[in-house]
Design a protein around this ligand. Structure first.
Ligand code: MD3
Ligand code: FE
Length: 217
């Protein structure tokens, strides 16, 4: 009882950092859900295995990707898009586990975005050597809804740029359990992930897993 109260207080005070207007880091926000997240993840990845997708330019992404929810983000030689089915299987993506949805909604609300209704959860898996070059996320129909991202496993260095590709990005170290929310004026900033270094995390193993929630449609 006393312990629950303490956890509740810690959650309210979860350390909050504002990178710029609309971009908030909630340190450790997902830690209390870590066991539930790792219990649910195999249901998603068994139905829709991680794979290295190919960019329109013909490059194999170093990040392995899968999705859950009504829509999934995919890339192939024809372009980037959200698709209701996994092109690999022809089947709908596995549904978004309720614990994922609740976490994303709680994080969004904590960062000032109530009534968040994501319909897509992109799951990115980085192994040592994997990276994500600077890009903008603009395949979503509606830029009013924020994006919520949950970092799990080995620490990464996130690159937070500006509205132009040439703006020098700032480096943000993200560790297991950190959650970021990006909305409003931050929604179209360039961002990326530096090459992942070797490491080990007891729940994730030798990788970093990022859940990113979007409102695609
Ligand atoms: C800021 N993924 O999948 S998540 C992506 O760590 C992506 O896997 C990174 O960028 C990752 O597109 C970063 C955080 C994130 C996602 C979308 C954003 C930050 C964002 C969109 C706008 C601004
Ligand atoms: Fe992105």
């Amino acid at each position: 009882m006393t312990f629950n109260l303490f956890e509740g207080m810690m959650q309210c005070q979860a350390q909050r950092e504002e990178l710029c207007p609309g971009a908030t880091v909630l340190r450790g926000f997902a830690t209390r859900d870590e066991a539930a997240i790792f219990a649910q993840l195999p249901e998603v990845t068994t139905a829709a295995p991680f794979r290295h997708m190919v960019t329109p330019g013909g490059f194999r992404m170093s990040v392995a990707i899968t999705n859950c929810g009504s829509y999934g983000w995919v890339t192939d030689r024809t372009g980037y898009r959200y698709d209701k089915v996994n092109p690999e299987s022809g089947k709908p993506w596995p549904s978004m586990p309720s614990i994922f949805l609740r976490l994303a909604q709680d994080a969004a609300a904590s960062a000032g975005f109530p009534n968040y209704a994501p319909d897509a959860c992109l799951v990115n898996r980085y192994e040592p050597g994997a990276r994500l070059s600077l890009h903008q996320d603009k395949n979503e129909r509606d830029f009013d809804a924020p994006i919520v991202s949950v970092s799990l496993g080995i620490s990464t260095v996130f690159l937070w740029g500006g509205l132009r590709r040439g703006d020098k990005p700032m480096r943000v170290q993200l560790t297991h359990g950190d959650v970021m929310v990006w909305g409003g004026p931050a929604r179209l900033h360039y961002h990326g992930v530096l090459t992942l270094k070797d490491g080990y995390h007891p729940l994730a193993g030798a990788c970093q897993i990022n859940l990113t929630f979007r409102k695609a449609a």
